[in-house]
Design a protein around this ligand. Structure first.
Ligand code: MN
Length: 289
């Protein structure tokens, strides 16, 4: 007899087994081989699923419950470890398939480079796409030690593909002088803070299709130590949730989102996947109408 997996921790809590009728699809991208400092985010998706079992189904912020929403958890993509280029191809093809099926992709990372092929697929489907990027790091390098396929380059690639003025960055507090100069000139750039500038910027996005990518290291290391490139001086989980709810209550049309860079091995308390799983719940309830 089949055992219901909804509360097993093997899937994100309350995931439906019905792909066809699910609006959103959760998928893991267990890739961490281009990181500049500490690896380990390949284990992020599994730990976010395990931590999700501790969540309530109901969101008092949004007065909505995940039992009233149908989403499917596809598990983790099978990636060829060590081969970044082929891994990105596999991610891109998978997300293109989700978009063809009319789904909202909900990605679990993995290092931030996994977002690059997702953005390529999203932009192909939505030519008027805007990106909301919430992160401690600008991720605007052209290469890292000569390597363009690095977790420090995805937003630069996106800016070159779709124009920096279609990208909104929040919470950035780390990067090279060149990245900050590039951001100030080319991007809608809101460094250090997240919730207040988010509320300021959202009206200018109107009802555009938006992809939201959150690097967990935007949080202060005291709130999320389990990440490869922890950066002091970050925001609280309360401020991050406030920003997510501002997006949810705005008129933008969120067409996909992800949470990346959860590296559980650096966090024996598992606080980092715990906060990431609540973010996913709130984004499912706030963004998937
Ligand atoms: Mn980062």
């Amino acid at each position: 007899m089949k055992i219901d997996q909804a509360y097993s921790g093997n899937v994100f809590i309350c995931s439906s087994e019905d792909y066809e009728n699910s609006k959103a699809v959760i998928y893991g991208m267990p890739m961490d081989y281009t990181v500049s400092f500490r690896p380990g985010s390949r284990f992020g998706p599994a730990h976010i699923r395990q931590a999700s079992v501790g969540l309530e189904e109901y969101s008092p912020y949004l007065d909505r419950s995940i039992v009233d929403l149908k989403y499917f958890d596809a598990g983790d993509l099978l990636l060829p470890f060590g081969n970044a280029s082929r891994s990105l191809d596999i991610i891109r093809e998978y997300v293109e398939g989700l978009l063809t099926d009319g789904k909202i992709p909900v990605g679990l990372g993995g290092e931030h480079l996994v977002t690059w092929p997702v953005l390529e697929a999203m932009y192909k489907k939505y030519p008027d796409l805007a990106i909301i990027h919430i992160d401690a790091h600008a991720d605007l390098r052209e290469h890292y030690e000569g390597e363009p396929l690095s977790h420090s380059t995805p937003i630069r690639k996106a800016a070159e593909l779709m124009g920096g003025k279609n990208i909104y960055q929040f919470g950035i507090r780390s990067g090279s002088r060149e990245e900050f100069a590039y951001a100030r000139e080319n991007i809608n750039f809101y460094p250090f803070e997240v919730a207040a500038p988010m509320k300021e910027a959202l009206p200018s996005m109107g009802s555009r299709p938006v992809y939201v990518t959150i690097d967990i290291d935007v949080l202060d290391p005291s709130a999320a130590p389990g990440t490869g490139t922890a950066e002091a001086g970050g925001i609280t989980s309360k401020e991050l949730l406030e920003a997510v709810h501002a997006i949810a209550r705005s008129s933008v049309n969120v067409v996909g989102f992800d949470v990346v860079e959860v590296a559980p091995i650096y966090d024996p308390t598992q606080q980092t996947p715990i906060v990431a799983s609540k973010l996913i719940r709130e984004m499912l309830l706030g963004f998937v109408k």
